[in-house]
Design a protein around this ligand. Structure first.
Ligand code: MTE
Length: 445
C-alpha cells in the first residue's frame, strides 16, 4: 500500500513503507515497475502467505555500497530525547479539516493507519481539550479531596508519588470518536474516522486508596465528582462502584514516563472502559457525593438523542468496537496478491474474544488472529491473511467481547439509536477497495 495523498500521513505496515521518499515518489509518478519487481503475488487460494521480497538483480539498494555504510554516524546523545526518524515525519497527530478550532478547543487525531501493536506512542496519543492544554508546574499542583469524607485533604505531587503505585494498560476513547459517521459523512481516513482512541500503560495510585485515607463514606457517597485545573472547568460524575473496583487510577505516568502536558501532566484520572471525557486531565479535586451532579459536561454534552426524542445521559461505557487500520481509507493497494489485513478491537466491558473479517461487505466472514497480549479494556491487535484478486472488495471487521456482545452493523445500531446521535458510534466500519487499488470509506447497512 502506498499513500496517494501526502497530507494524510505515510502508510507503514506494508513493505513499501520501508522505501525511501524517492522510491515512494517514483510510485506516485506511475513508475510502478520497481514495486512490481518487489512483490511476488501470492498464488490464488494460497493458505500460507507467499513471501514478498525485493529481487536483488539490478537493485542498487543492495548492489551498491550506501553512504551510511561508509561514514561516521552521529554521536550518542545527539538527540538527548530520542525522536523518530526524519523519514517518519508525516506520521503525526492531525486536526480534522472539517472541525473548527475555537481557541485551543479542538481535537488532534492519532494516526492509527501507521501504528503497530497496541501501545500508542505518547507523542501520537490523541488530544482533546475543551479549553486548550496547560503545562502545570508539578510543585504548584494540588489534589483536593472533599465532600462525604471524614477528613478533607490536600495532596501535593510528592505526597501522591510516595503512595503504592500500579501500572495498567488501557485504551481511552472519546465518546465522540467516529461521530461524524452518524451523518454518513464518510471522512477519508481511519485517522479521522477512528483516531480519537489511544492505548497506553498508565501508572498511578488507585483512587480507592486515596479515598480510604480520607475516610470516605462509601454507604452514602455513591458518586464522585472529578474536576480539572484547566480553564474549561471540566467536571464529571463517576459512580462509586467503579472506584471501589480498584480500576480507577489517579495517574501521573504514561508509557514509562510522566504524562505529557497535552494528556494531563502532572495528574489525570484513568477510568478504564469509560468514555474519554471522564478521564479528567490536570486533576485538582475529587468530591464524594450522594447523587450525580449533572454538570454542563454531562447534562448538555456527551448525551445521546434517541429516536423517541428523549436523550440518554451517563451512557459512559465504550461498547465493543473494531476497525481495520490497514488497508484503510486513503491508502492504495499497488497490485493484486498477498496482504496482511490488520486492525484494532476493544471493549469498555472487558476482553476481546474474537474478531471476524469480511472482504465482501459482510456476506462471508473469517476469524482473525488475535495477537497477544489480549487485555481487559485495552486495544487488541488482530491480523488476517488476504489474497486480493484485483477485483472490487469491501473490508469489514466485527468484534466480540467476553460478555458475548457483538459489534453491530449500521443498520442494527440505527434501529436502536436512530440517526440523531453524535456520540457512542461503535458500528462496523467498511472500507471499499476498487480495481485501481484505491481504498475509501463507505457505509454498509
Ligand atoms: N479534562 C480536562 N480537565 N479538560 C478537558 O478538556 N477533555 C476530556 C478528557 N479530560 C478534557 C479533560 C475529553 S473530551 C477527552 S476525550 C479526554 O480528556 C482526552 O484525553 P487526551 O487528550 O489525553 O487524549
Amino acid at each position: 500500500m502506498a499513500l496517494t495523498d501526502a497530507r494524510l500521513g505515510r502508510v507503514r505496515p506494508a513493505p513499501e513503507n520501508f522505501l525511501s521518499d524517492e522510491q515512494i515518489q517514483s510510485v506516485k509518478e506511475g513508475r510502478r515497475d520497481f514495486l512490481r519487481k518487489a512483490f511476488i503475488a501470492a498464488s490464488a487460494a494460497a493458505a500460507a502467505p507467499a513471501v514478498a521480497h525485493a529481487q536483488s538483480a539490478g537493485d542498487p539498494a543492495i548492489l551498491e555500497l550506501q553512504p551510511w555504510s561508509t561514514m561516521l554516524g552521529k554521536p550518542v546523545a545527539a538527540n538527548p530525547y530520542g525522536m523518530p526518524s526524519m523519514y517518519e515525519r508525516n506520521l503525526v497527530r492531525r486536526e480534522s479539516p472539517g472541525l473548527t478550532r475555537v481557541g485551543g478547543s479542538s481535537v488532534a487525531f492519532t494516526p492509527l493507519q501507521g501504528l503497530f501493536g497496541i501501545i500508542t506512542p505518547s507523542g501520537l496519543h490523541f488530544e482533546r481539550h475543551h479549553q486548550g492544554w496547560v503545562d502545570i508546574d508539578p510543585n504548584k499542583h494540588r489534589l483536593m479531596i472533599n465532600g462525604l469524607v471524614k477528613t478533607d485533604a490536600v495532596f501535593t505531587m510528592d505526597d501522591i508519588m510516595r503512595l503504592p503505585s500500579v501500572s495498567r494498560i488501557h485504551f481511552i476513547e472519546c465518546g465522540a470518536n467516529t461521530g461524524m459517521e452518524w451523518g454518513n459523512v464518510a471522512v477519508p481516513t481511519v485517522q479521522y474516522s477512528h483516531g480519537m482512541i489511544s492505548c497506553s500503560e498508565f501508572t498511578g495510585v488507585p483512587l480507592k486508596a486515596i479515598l480510604d485515607m480520607c475516610g470516605a463514606d462509601y454507604r452514602k457517597g455513591r458518586f464522585i465528582l472529578a474536576e480539572g485545573a484547566d480553564g474549561s472547568s471540566m467536571t464529571r460524575t463517576i459512580p462509586m462502584e467503579m472506584v471501589e473496583s480498584g480500576e480507577v487510577l489517579v495517574a501521573y505516568g504514561m508509557n514509562g514516563e510522566m504524562l505529557r502536558p497535552e494528556n494531563g501532566y502532572p495528574l489525570r484520572l484513568v477510568v478504564p472502559g469509560v468514555q474519554g471525557v471522564s478521564w479528567v486531565k490536570w486533576l485538582r479535586r475529587i468530591e464524594v457525593g450522594d447523587m450525580p451532579w449533572a454538570t454542563k459536561d454531562e447534562a448538555v454534552h456527551y448525551i445521546d438523542l434517541m429516536p423517541d426524542g428523549l436523550h440518554r445521559q451517563y451512557s459512559s461505557i465504550q461498547e465493543c468496537k473494531s476497525v481495520i487500520t490497514t488497508p484503510s481509507g486513503g491508502q492504495t493497494l499497488l497490485d493484486k496478491g498477498f496482504y496482511n489485513v490488520s486492525g484494532l478491537a476493544w471493549s469498555g466491558r472487558g476482553k476481546i474474544t474474537r474478531v471476524d473479517v469480511s472482504t465482501d461487505g459482510g456476506i462471508n466472514w473469517r476469524t482473525a488472529r488475535l495477537e497477544t497480549p489480549v487485555l481487559s479494556k485495552a486495544l487488541t491487535r488482530f491480523n488476517i491473511d488476504w489474497v486480493w484478486d484485483g477485483k472490487p472488495a469491501i473490508l469489514q471487521s466485527r468484534a466480540m467481547d467476553d460478555t458475548g456482545y457483538v459489534q453491530p452493523s449500521y443498520g442494527q445500531l440505527r434501529a436502536v439509536r436512530g440517526t440523531k446521535s453524535i456520540y457512542h458510534n461503535n458500528a462496523i466500519q467498511s472500507w471499499k477497495v476498487v480495481e485501481s487499488g484505491e481504498v475509501s470509506n463507505v457505509q454498509v447497512l
